[in-house]
Design a binder for this molecule. Structure first.
Ligand code: DLZ
Length: 207
């Protein structure tokens, strides 16, 4: 029997061509993060978001996502930026240096760059939390979800909740479309991209 879960299609066709979208992702659980970020970028482009209007920023862990999203929205100076081209072309970042000399995504070496000053229409916060043997997971899940909602409501800019809160490695892998053992699952980054385009479009209409 097929599942009844998942998002229904939007009421109108999504057009991302006028939009500017930021992706802020953590670097914990990199294999899953990389798949989610790649799926998100591909779907944004499918919806017409132009590559130069996709801004990518990384932070150490999910706990740092709310602050980074807030800063990205306020256009403040941030630690590192990347274009979609850099990310897809080998998961590197750094817009101003040649690809061969840019550090890999997840590297401890970071370039300092200033976020472009144009406002973003939506931010997609991507993180992967996997439950361990302590209460760390619960505390981070709770603060990150509340923090991201607060940024959304305080700024009026949609912040999409792209944080997997998985109980096992397999749950995380399947939700990034890279599941093992016959069930690849579905890449939730695609859904987050669609939600970002829909909410950014709505938010332009609603103001
Ligand atoms: C410390 C920690 C742990 C245990 N697990 C995760 C995780 O599964 N996913 C994730 O994104 N981050 C994790 N972190 C790091 C915290 O989010 C944060 O970066 C550090 O506590 C520093 O503030």
């Amino acid at each position: 029997m097929s599942s009844i879960k998942g998002p229904a299609p939007p009421p109108t066709k999504l057009d991302g061509s006028p939009l500017r979208v930021a992706i802020v992702h953590s670097r914990w659980n990199k294999e899953v993060i990389d798949a989610l970020v790649t799926g998100t970028i591909s779907k944004l482009k499918e919806h017409g978001v132009k590559e130069h209007n996709i801004v990518v920023q990384s932070v150490p862990g999910s706990y740092e996502l709310p602050m980074a999203c807030s800063k990205v929205i306020s256009g403040s100076r941030v630690q590192a930026g990347a274009s979609a081209t850099d990310l897809l072309g080998g998961l590197n970042f750094g817009t101003s240096t040649p690809r061969s000399s840019t550090p890999a995504l997840g590297s401890s070496s970071t370039a300092v760059a200033t976020m472009p000053s144009q406002p973003v229409d939506a931010v997609i916060a991507i993180g992967v939390l996997i439950k361990g043997s302590t209460m760390h997971f619960e505390y981070i899940c709770e603060s990150v979800s509340h923090g991201l909602m607060r940024v959304t409501l305080d700024t009026g800019v949609p912040v999409i909740f792209g944080v997997l809160t998985a109980l096992t490695d397999d749950q995380a892998l399947e939700r990034a479309g890279i599941g093992r053992g016959g069930n690849k699952g579905h890449n939730h980054g695609e859904d987050w991209a669609s939600a970002a385009v829909e909410m950014a479009t709505n938010s332009r209409r609603w103001t």
